[in-house]
Design a protein around this ligand. Structure first.
Ligand code: HEM
Length: 557
């Protein structure tokens, strides 16, 4: 190839001029990246490769080809990175007024490092305390709020749409499940069929399948014959099996067969990759996310269900508009997109919470005994504890579940929201355009300004006192119901809340009526918190237990 025209042009540029062009192009690239956040590969190719190639050509007449390449690319990318870094920590950045660690302001790599440790919830809580600030900067472009009053302003009807993390969760696909719709009006429209599928009458129809699975769970636990067994695994298998029954009329039997088809492994991979997807959502445009395998297998199950001749009234009956409530039925692709959401949102959340509840009960034997006594009052031995009619009267059961959800909320660091083209003021704090924000659930739930005394302790009694505050004489009592958001808040809150509560109550009543559970020998309950991880959803460790039939051995300790 004849390079002479290029050499001729390059000769007009001194070495210094060529470097100036290189630096200017890098600064221009920063401006473009900052203003438009482009993700298209051709644009990124121009900004990251073509620009320094231009500078390389201008340097060719001064140094060798290799040296030109090295100098041009080195100077270009060093300038670009320094410019980005300087801007992010400088007083010119729109989030400059908010305190936070320099490394988190500098780069998402440190945000990722904080997330992958699994301890993001604790780090953010500590940072709020350290900076003594209601609002802190937890990323180059993200804020965390710890005041309860932020909740409705950020997540309520007049709040903000979902943040960019939700795009990553579906790899920017145009066909999304309910949770991933960032557009509030599409989300509201899509939520209608979910709401029908979670109505009181629909839940009543799911009860027989639920009762069958709970019986299978308890029988399976009893079959362990006093040997150590992992309660977390049992509960994961149970909730996964039941979600399949409830949503698509039965697809798995993990409790009987174990994870032979690898569904649970795929689910865990999906959950473990949540942090990378959340921190670098744009990456999922180019690389398959950890949930893609799970998504594909859920879609296959969903499609099978949709072709059934005479399906029973499961959740898909409503999502597919088989009830004819909407004038137009959604395309099959839209319905199958919900399949993975059911699996992710419905199974691990419930099993994680049930695991926390059982851990806390075993840790606090007097509370365990009190709950078992309540169960015995409403469902004495010989009565069917899978009936739901007494749930409304079981105030201690409610208190135990709420208290566990307060201490171990499944979305520990809160759901991400984001401003778009316009900023927003939340409690006199200005959030600039294109900024992600969270109300930090973990900090809010454990804040003594919201729950006092003993905000870090398992004290179900507080929920009963809250109903009748004059019964508490000891010290100051604070119970801020608005600060309790285990099912999130506003138009995107958990649509499955009533199902989850029913499921957990049925499990606990049947389990506590039928069996005694204690920590297995050698298990150190102090390690429970060490294994809690914030991988967007709550990840718990193992819970080795001994299960014995009630009456056969000692009562719950
Ligand atoms: C203890 C159990 C559960 C807890 C603590 C829980 C909590 C939550 C939370 C905090 C959110 C908001 C997530 C976000 O904004 O990113 C959510 C959303 C959701 N949950 Fe649950 N959940 C539970 C069980 C269930 C169950 C059993 C289902 C049934 C399938 C379900 C279905 C959903 C769906 C579909 C959404 C998305 C709602 C929307 O975007 O409008 N959840 N859940």
């Amino acid at each position: 190839m004849d390079y002479s025209p290029i050499y001729a042009l390059a000769e007009d540029f001194s070495f210094r001029d060529a470097l100036l062009v290189d630096v200017s192009l890098a600064l221009l690239a920063h401006l473009i990246l900052n203003r438009f956040e482009p993700h298209a590969i051709p644009v990124l190719t121009v900004l990251l490769i073509i620009h320094p190639v231009i500078a390389t050509l201008l340097l060719l007449s001064h140094v060798s080809t290799l040296a030109s390449l090295g100098i041009a690319f080195g100077v270009y990318h060093a300038t670009l990175l320094s410019s980005i870094a300087f801007y992010r920590v400088s007083p010119f950045h729109p989030l400059a007024r908010y305190p936070g660690p320099v490394l988190l302001k500098l780069s998402s790599l440190w945000v990722y490092e904080m997330g992958i440790s699994g301890k993001r919830h604790l780090v953010i809580q500590k940072m709020h305390e350290q900076y003594n600030s209601e609002v802190i900067r937890i990323g180059p472009n993200e804020l965390s709020f710890r005041n309860a009053s932020s909740i409705s302003q950020i997540m309520g009807t007049q709040g903000l749409p979902k943040g960019p993390a939700y795009d990553g969760r579906t790899s920017y696909s145009k066909i999304k499940p309910l949770i991933a719709w960032r557009d509030a009006s599409i989300h509201a429209q899509r939520r209608r069929s979910w709401t029908r599928g979670m109505s009181t009458s629909a839940l009543k129809e799911y009860e027989p399948a639920l009762a069958e699975r709970i019986t299978q769970l308890v029988d399976g636990l009893l079959n362990s014959r006093g040997e150590t067994t992992d309660m977390v695994e049992w509960l994961r298998f149970f909730s996964y099996d039941f979600m399949g029954d409830m949503a698509f009329g039965g697809v798995s039997d993990l409790m009987r067969n174990g994870d032979v088809h690898g569904q649970m492994r795929a689910l865990r991979t999906g959950i473990d990759s949540a942090i990378i997807v959340e921190t670098f959502p744009w990456l999922t445009r180019y690389v398959a996310s950890g949930v893609s395998k799970l998504r594909a297998s859920a879609a296959v199950q969903a499609r099978k269900r949709l072709t059934k001749e005479d399906p029973r009234r499961d959740l898909f009956y409503y999502l597919n508009n088989d009830d004819g409530a909407d004038p137009v039925s959604p395309p099959i692709s839209t319905v199958t997109a919900e399949a993975m959401l059911v699996t992710l949102a419905g199974s691990d959340t419930t099993s994680g919470t049930l695991s926390s509840i059982l851990y806390l009960l075993m840790r606090h034997p007097h509370i365990y005994k009190r709950l078992q006594a309540e169960v015995d009052t409403f469902y004495p031995r010989g009565e069917n504890a899978l009936g739901t009619m007494f749930h409304v009267e079981m105030s201690f059961l409610d208190a135990v579940i709420n208290e566990a959800l307060r201490l171990y909320p499944v979305i520990l660091s809160g759901s991400q929201r984001a401003t778009q083209g316009e900023g927003k003021v939340v409690d006199s704090h200005y959030i600039p355009p294109h900024t992600s924000v969270r109300s930090h659930t973990w900090s809010i739930h454990r804040d003594p300004r919201n729950f006092y005394p003993s905000p870090d302790d398992f004290w179900p009694e507080r929920w009963l006192i809250a109903e009748n505050p004059s019964s508490y004489k000891d010290t100051t009592f604070i119970h801020n119901a608005n600060a309790f958001i285990p099912f999130s808040f506003g138009p995107s809150n958990c649509v499955g809340k009533n199902l989850a509560m029913k499921e957990m109550k049925m499990v606990l009543c049947h389990l506590l009526q039928q069996v005694n559970i204690r920590f297995a020998e050698g298990y150190n309950p102090d390690t429970w918190d060490d294994h809690i991880k914030d991988y967007f959803t709550l990840e718990v460790g193992q819970l080795p237990v001994i299960v014995t039939p009630r009456g056969a051995m000692t009562e719950a300790r």
